[in-house]
Design a binder for this molecule. Structure first.
Ligand code: HEC
Length: 179
């Protein structure tokens, strides 16, 4: 094989490459030119923007009771270690941190820890921590008790809340029966 043959071969490859590139570029350009029209149509036909922003608020919170039956205590405990221990202790007689100790909180009255300086939001909310109220509280503390000092956004997943609540339930000598 002499060098002109090599050069011819190289030139052929180069030409093929350029042709391939151009074809790709042209079709890409054409596709780009037609795409926006379709997208504009789709956006016009799509549901109004509020529809996607609202559902979390509009939908009532699903009941936690059916989820508690299949909740996983160990997963709940590991989530509590990730999400709550920066502010809460969970052992019997544990000290308050930023938030109160949470041993025995399931079924207890609001503001259940002696001597903890609860906000008016919690003190003013009558009743006990039932499963469903813990569910609502943990989904969005600020919505359940506006003005609360628990600066925690909430747990979005209902399954995760069920796991956490199932774990909280175990922190008692006489756990409240499951609903
Ligand atoms: C940033 C700190 C912080 C985090 C994180 C936090 N909490 Fe709290 N929590 C508080 C504070 C502060 C209060 C007291 C609220 C008040 O007085 O308004 C509280 C109160 C509570 C109460 C009510 C206790 C009672 O005696 O009435 C429960 C139940 C609770 N938290 C559960 C949890 C769980 C479960 C998690 C994790 C998923 C969590 N909290 C994460 C700070 C926190």
């Amino acid at each position: 094989m002499d060098s002109t043959e090599v050069n011819k071969g190289m030139a052929a490859i180069l030409v093929a490459g350029i042709a391939y590139f151009l074809a790709g570029w042209i079709s890409a350009t054409l596709v780009h030119e037609t795409k926006p029209e379709h997208e504009v149509l789709k956006i016009e036909g799509a549901a109004p923007a509020e529809a996607s922003a609202e559902p979390a608020k509009a939908e009532p919170l699903p009941l936690i009771a059916p989820l508690l039956a299949k909740a996983d205590v160990a997963t709940g405990e590991s989530n509590v270690k990730k999400l709550c221990v920066s502010c809460h202790t969970f052992t019997e007689g544990g000290k308050a941190g930023v938030g109160p100790n949470l041993y025995g909180v399931v079924g207890a009255g609001r503001g259940h820890m002696e001597g903890f300086n609860y906000s008016a939001a919690i003190k003013g909310k009558a009743g006990n921590w039932t499963y469903e109220e813990l569910n609502a509280w943990l989904a969005k503390p600020a919505a359940f008790a506006p003005g609360t000092r628990m600066t925690f956004a909430g747990i979005k997943s209902a399954d995760q809340r069920a796991d956490v609540i199932a774990y909280l339930r175990t922190l008692s000598k006489t756990p409240v029966p499951l609903p």
